[in-house]
Design a protein around this ligand. Structure first.
Ligand SMILES: Cc1cc2nc3c(=O)[nH]c(=O)nc-3n(C[C@H](O)[C@H](O)[C@H](O)COP(=O)(O)O)c2cc1C
Length: 367
């Protein structure tokens, strides 16, 4: 498929349903984890051209995030406050089993005219698992469980008399009623390790990865798409980025410098230690954060690496570069969510659409 014939790139934002914002820094963040703030944010986002919102699941405080609202119920509240936005609820196998998840999401699907989606997270936070009495499985076992979870959830949604014999889950002659409306809820997943990619290439509708350069994203995309093709599966790609869009490049860069300067080094290093350990336990000794520097880790998911920091035009051009590398969706974090989501919708998304239209014209001319 030629890039230029692809659909317009989609935009999602991180729902700040946990406190402390999206950067581990003492810089001022005019963002709140409360429901009132989030309802208004969701309405601003859908009016600004955002198609998705991604909520987070955290059971305990870690590095920031002292307070955390639960993701499925919070997502439902946001869906009730909006008309078109799709909200992706994060679910962690372990605390959730697929029977509950499938039932819960099917009901929300009916209540919201099919606008709920799911992000199956596999876990990186050992201390959190210990705190809530969940077994900490080895890295690849976590993904084996997530894959069974996804297969079971999808099976429950689509089959009557569903039967499943897995190592983690079992179902016998189970018929969920009502099933979700068509099209089925989309299933997202996060992670960049070998196991994460292989799972995406087999069962996920969407693969979310940490921020990175277009070159590195292209490598991941080619790897996943080749494997997915072998499996007769199609998977879309979402890339994380932390957006700092200002009238001048200097202003935007100064904000980044201030975020780093005011970073909390102990918390950033402790977070780095935790996520690198979680990744090291993978057979290839890598994972989402294998190459992350101190600066990268100040944003939980390497969002600065996508370099969406500059003027509206610079950022729009870089989004097109990420799209060329294979991104179908850009997931965004901001310092001051309500103001910046609105600014992004007004000043960046229209430029992205212009650039996409210009590319389409060029490719028609070239054919
Ligand atoms: C976009 C995105 C969103 C994520 N959301 C959550 C979340 O809400 N809660 C959580 O515990 N982990 C979350 N994760 C972590 C992943 O599920 C996974 O455990 C982690 O990326 C480790 O990946 P690895 O296999 O590449 O090491 C998220 C990851 C990404 C990329």
């Amino acid at each position: 498929m030629s890039h230029t014939k692809r659909e317009p790139v989609k935009f999602a934002y991180w729902v700040p349903n946990v406190s402390g914002g999206l950067v581990i820094s003492n810089i001022e963040q005019r963002t709140s984890w409360t429901i009132d703030y989030n309802r208004k944010l969701a309405q601003i986002a859908e009016a600004s051209g955002f198609e998705y919102a991604l909520s987070q699941i955290r059971f305990t405080a870690g590095y920031g995030a002292e307070f955390q609202h639960e993701s499925v119920s919070f997502s439902h509240a946001l869906l009730e406050s909006t008309k078109t936005l799709k909200v992706i609820a994060a679910i962690l196998p372990g605390p959730w089993n697929p029977a509950l998840a499938a039932k819960q999401i099917a009901t929300i699907n009916h209540l919201t005219n099919g606008r709920v989606a799911v992000n199956v997270v596999s876990g990186w936070f050992r201390g959190e698992f210990a705190a809530i009495g969940e077994h900490w499985l080895d890295h690849d076992e976590r993904y084996r469980r997530s894959e069974e979870f996804i297969r079971a959830m999808r099976g429950i949604w689509t089959e009557d008399n569903f039967a499943f014999r897995g190592d983690f889950y079992r179902f016998n002659n189970y018929s969920l009623k009502p099933k979700p409306l068509d099209p089925q809820p989309e299933i997202f997943q996060g992670g960049s390790s070998r196991a994460a990619r292989d799972m995406a290439a087999r069962v996920s509708d969407w693969y979310f990865t940490n921020g990175n350069t277009p070159d590195q994203i292209a490598k991941q995309v080619n790897d996943i798409r080749t494997k997915a093709k072998e499996n007769n599966h199609f998977v879309r790609i979402g890339v994380n980025g932390f957006a700092i869009v200002r009238e001048t490049e200097e202003e935007a860069k100064a904000v980044l410098a201030e975020i780093i300067e005011k970073a909390n080094p102990e918390a950033v290093n402790a977070f780095g230690h935790e996520v690198k350990n979680a990744g090291k336990a993978s057979p290839e000794g890598e994972g989402n954060w294998a190459k992350s520097s101190f600066e990268d880790l100040v944003q939980y998911n390497d969002g600065f690496r996508s370099n969406l920091i500059g003027t509206p035009r610079q950022v729009a051009e870089r989004i097109i570069d990420l799209k060329r590398a294979g991104a179908d969706l850009i997931l965004l974090g901001f310092l001051h969510f309500q103001e910046e989501v609105e600014y992004f919708g007004k000043h960046v998304i229209p430029l992205v659409r212009e650039l996409e239209a210009a590319e389409a014209v060029q490719s028609v001319a070239a054919e």
